[in-house]
Design a binder for this molecule. Sequence first.
Ligand SMILES: [Zn+2]
Length: 375
Amino acid sequence: MPDANAYIMNLMKSIIIACFVCCAMILSSCGQSTPTNNSNTTPMDTSNQKPNNPYYSHTDTTKLTLSDATWKSILPTELYEVSRHKDTERAFAGKLWNFEGIGTYYCAACGFPLFRSDAKFASTCGWPSFFEILHKNSVEYQPDNSYSMNRTEVLCGRCGGHLGHLFDDGPAPTHKRYCMNSVALDFEPDKKEVTVNEQQHDTITLGGGCYWCVEAVYEKLKGVISVESGFSGGTTKNPTYKEVCEGTTHHAEVVQIIFDNTITNLDEIFKVFFTVHNPTEVNRQGHDVGTQYRSVIFYRNHEQQVAALSIIKALNDAKVYDKPIVTAVEKFTEFYKAENYHQNYFENNKNEPYCRMVIQPKVEKFEKAFKDRIK
Ligand SMILES: [Zn+2]
């Protein structure tokens, strides 16, 4: 352990007290045109949504049944014609047909997650093409016998909006080709890709009980660029908060922290982590009980893994807590952002009893222990 940890020991002893509860036209023409081959990866404005679309959500899985008039009022004209009237954009005309950014593709009409960039392939048809959908409910299918052809239409699994067609001439492993209208898709780059300077910025994902609490604290730490509340470590893709609460997804409530290494560092991130939650409780924090509240560090690389194991050993050796630390150190696989109302929960709900009684004391404890490190 680096000698800096002597400081942690003393710090921990003085500040760790009983933690409270926390907290796609005719696509048969594909391949007959000659595409220009300048694929691009530059993040760009690929958003086709209108800012006043109140139904747009990446996490809401409730089926949308809206009147044609409502759709017309909330969608841009081109999207409305494709999504609601099965129009098809011209080949090679959309923003995404040769786009290669890393991230997720959503239904532009309702925000529902549809495809990941790693399922996109370079197709010469002039429309964005994927060999696989993101999850089994992402889309729905229906026979399309228009233009005297037998095709399979692909519709959004949430809003039923027309996306394109499905063909059996895609690449391995599925040999499927989801031939989509570019205008029907929104692309959002993975968070890491938008990081301005990857050498200075680092990301860590931590589970310390209720994410409202942990997020509230890290939002205040100098050097922290962003904190998002969400779920990691489980088996269900794109889980909802409700599913996670039921305890069957195996996800933990986590915060994903992007920080500037020149202002803070892993050591300090971990110090804060072990200060604001009780790492000796198995699958609970105070009155919040369940595997979703487990104490866990999801590491992205060897350095993070070693740092996490080191601090845990040091804290155990120094008997900072009266019981052994149970914090799991697991390899990061995926982070699913929680519904929007979970983000910045403490800031937006300061008068709620839970915030005043559970989160506020944790924030105050953090502010006291790290008073020189507050933004
Ligand atoms: Zn949709």
